[in-house]
Design a protein around this ligand. Structure first.
Ligand code: HEC
Ligand code: HEC
Ligand code: HEC
Ligand code: HEC
Ligand code: HEC
Ligand code: HEC
Ligand code: HEC
Ligand code: HEC
Ligand code: HEC
Length: 409
């Protein structure tokens, strides 16, 4: 049947009485589809009303157009929409002709999602294809006006997941979107327009939307934070968290309202994460205290070097080289903050040690620059004294010459 539809594509595009009639109807329920369709990607690909709804696009009356003999399907029920869209989107042969790189697993993926599973049980409030993509004004996913363009996804999910009225009686909270909008990810996405930052579908999947299992979260985050995920996977926390049913990554960072991490999260002081689970005396507690003090030590050492190098610079000394080399120490600090995910003192020490050496060198370079400055000043003072001494001598000589009695002519 799809093939038959395709054969009629060319003629359907030329003239569609479906559109001609519908666009003029008074009832907005009937005219809006025809008006919106102007910007729909399906229209852009030469498809028309009857490619989804069936029927005869050449018929001039509603009755004739909707002849079931011409394959008229009518308006689908919510339950039937995935298959309605899937008749093309699950058909690899058909889709290949339009766009060989387009996936054809949306319908099958959809049925693995919580949305798809619940739809089958008759729950009509879940998202179907058109809740996320809209209908009659469907745009290419990379069109900034598409409802699933990265900057618009959260608002699309929010129609339901942000409304406690809509979700009434269902067990799940409705705070995901509000929380997400406060997150470090949302800041990167909306403020920096960094499209590599995740929005809802990057963590939940486009079509297989389900909460990731607690023991596979690291894989989700690890798509982008590979280093932290690898370190975590090989740390003692991996087995311990899985065993105790603690969610990977989220137990320390949360999922929707992830904040910018700070050094205060690590250590044994009030506010540190580690003391939620570790007590004075256990290995984790010792490690937490040690790692934090090593990080603090490195920061203090970098600050000290920066201070003295900046002082020398203000006094006009050339210190751009040691200043540049100090970057090695700040890199070590960044690296150490990543390495805490190994939960290993040795790993953190391995990088903090050399970092401290670089910082100490920077400090020494600052000291050297300052002592050279004072040496130059002393030199300048000595030569000044010498110049003044000479000037006085010359002055005295002139006085002496002028005070001689004039020579008689
Ligand atoms: C001459 C005008 C006319 C033409 C041509 C026409 N329609 Fe309609 N259509 C209507 C009217 C009026 C209604 C509302 C009454 C009804 O349901 O029959 C309607 C209703 C519909 C509905 C909603 C049905 C529902 O269950 O709510 C769909 C879908 C539809 N048309 C699709 C099409 C398609 C596809 C074509 C072309 C193959 C087409 N129409 C051609 C006038 C037209
Ligand atoms: C990509 C597939 C697709 C195309 C193309 C398409 N429709 Fe639809 N149409 C749907 C789906 C799905 C629904 C059900 C919407 C819903 O449940 O809210 C629908 C619903 C409708 C309705 C009922 C609206 C309502 O709110 O009850 C009308 C009328 C309609 N379509 C007319 C058209 C006309 C006219 C065209 C061509 C301009 C068209 N459709 C093109 C998929 C399509
Ligand atoms: C919960 C929301 C949601 C539902 C339900 C949904 N989609 Fe999507 N869809 C998306 C998102 C998000 C993208 C990807 C956007 C991106 O990659 O930037 C997408 C992408 C697509 C694409 C582009 C190719 C691809 O797979 O990346 C097609 C085609 C598509 N969807 C069709 C469908 C069809 C057909 C259905 C129903 C069976 C459906 N979608 C259901 C959200 C949804
Ligand atoms: C008659 C076949 C057909 C039907 C039915 C159909 N589509 Fe499509 N769809 C296409 C074709 C062809 C394209 C264009 C693919 C391309 O060129 O990238 C497309 C493109 C799309 C895209 C944009 C993908 C991209 O490249 O960005 C989305 C989203 C989409 N369809 C969703 C839907 C939804 C939702 C439905 C059901 C309401 C639906 N489609 C029904 C054939 C169909
Ligand atoms: C049309 C409304 C609607 C839209 C739009 C929608 N959802 Fe849903 N979603 C639901 C409903 C209803 C449930 C079922 C709640 C339950 O589990 O009882 C659900 C369930 C879920 C679940 C499973 C929750 C659980 O633990 O059971 C996830 C994850 C989810 N949605 C993600 C998304 C994402 C991501 C988007 C946007 C890309 C989205 N949804 C768009 C209505 C919607
Ligand atoms: C950085 C990854 C990430 C992003 C971005 C994200 N989620 Fe989640 N979400 C998760 C994880 C992980 C869980 C599972 C929590 C658990 O199992 O304890 C979850 C759980 C959920 C649930 C189940 C109910 C709940 O609150 O636990 C829903 C619904 C949901 N997310 C919707 C959304 C929506 C809507 C967005 C976009 C505004 C979004 N998520 C953005 C990772 C993410
Ligand atoms: C699709 C890629 C992607 C996914 C998936 C992802 N993130 Fe991110 N994450 C980013 C980007 C991009 C940034 C922003 C970097 C910046 O601009 O500071 C970021 C920032 C962060 C930050 C703050 C880093 C900093 O230095 O301020 C944390 C913490 C974080 N993510 C944790 C997580 C966790 C936990 C998960 C899984 C639940 C996760 N991320 C999933 C891409 C991702
Ligand atoms: C949600 C609870 C939790 C948090 C938060 C937590 N840990 Fe752990 N940690 C554990 C569990 C459980 C184990 C395995 C049992 C044990 O050895 O105490 C463990 C083990 C360790 C170990 C290995 C100890 C050994 O026996 O070899 C180290 C080191 C460690 N954690 C460091 C830290 C540091 C540093 C922090 C803070 C950044 C931290 N942990 C935060 C629960 C936690
Ligand atoms: C035991 C608690 C804990 C767990 C589990 C954890 N983190 Fe962290 N994470 C931290 C702490 C503490 C920091 C802040 C380090 C600092 O700034 O001194 C941090 C920092 C980060 C940062 C900021 C960049 C950086 O490394 O400095 C990212 C990104 C991040 N974590 C991602 C993840 C991901 C992804 C996972 C899961 C694979 C994860 N974290 C698991 C405690 C944890």
């Amino acid at each position: 049947m799809v093939l038959l539809m395709l054969c009629t594509l060319a003629s359907a595009q030329k003239k569609s009485f479906c559109i001609e009639c519908h666009v003029k109807l008074d009832d907005p329920r009937l005219s809006a589809p025809a008006k919106l369709f102007e910007n729909d990607i399906h229209r852009g690909r030469g498809l028309s009303c009857n490619d989804c709804h069936g029927g005869d696009p050449n018929a001039t009356t509603s009755e004739a157009a909707k002849d079931p003999g011409k394959g008229y399907l009518g308006k689908p029920r919510a339950l039937d929409i995935p298959a309605y869209c899937g008749k093309c989107h699950s058909d690899a042969n058909l889709m290949k002709r339009f766009n060989p790189s387009l996936r054809v697993d949306q319908e099958s993926e959809y049925y693995t999602s919580v949305h798809g599973k619940l739809l089958k049980t008759g729950e009509q409030r879940v998202a179907t294809c058109i809740s996320c993509h809209t209908v009659h004004g469907i745009r290419a996913i990379n069109d900034p006006l598409s409802s699933v363009y990265p900057l618009n996804v959260a608002d699309t999910c929010a129609k339901c997941h942000g409304s406690s009225d809509y979700m009434q009686g269902l067990k799940i909270p409705t705070d995901q979107v509000v929380k997400f909008k406060t997150s470090v990810h949302a800041k990167a996405l909306y403020q920096k327009q960094d499209l590599s930052a995740p929005t809802c579908n990057d963590c939940h999947g486009n079509h297989g939307a389900a909460p990731p299992g607690i023991a596979s979260v690291a894989n989700v985050c690890g798509q982008c934070h590979a280093r932290q995920a690898d370190l975590f996977q090989t740390s003692p926390h991996k087995a311990a968290f899985d065993q105790q049913g603690l969610a990977e990554c989220l137990t320390c960072h949360s999922n929707h309202d992830i904040a910018t991490p700070t050094d205060q999260m690590i250590g044994t002081e009030q506010g540190a994460l580690c003391i939620n689970c570790h007590q004075s005396g256990d290995k984790g507690f010792v490690a937490a205290g040690h790692m934090r003090s090593r990080i603090d030590q490195l920061i203090a050492s970098i600050d000290k070097s920066n201070e003295i190098l900046s002082l020398a610079e203000r006094k006009g000394m050339e210190v751009s080289k040691p200043k540049f080399e100090l970057k090695g120490a700040t890199d070590a600090l960044t690296h150490a903050r990543v390495l805490i995910h190994s939960s290993s003192i040795a790993e953190v020490d391995k990088i903090v040690g050399p970092g401290l050496e670089v910082a100490t060198k920077g400090h020494q370079a600052g000291l050297d620059a300052l002592s050279e400055l004072s040496f130059r000043r002393k030199g300048l003072a000595v030569s000044l004294v010498f110049i003044i001494f000479l000037a006085v001598l010359v002055f005295l000589k002139i006085r002496q010459i002028e005070s001689r009695p004039p020579i008689a002519k």
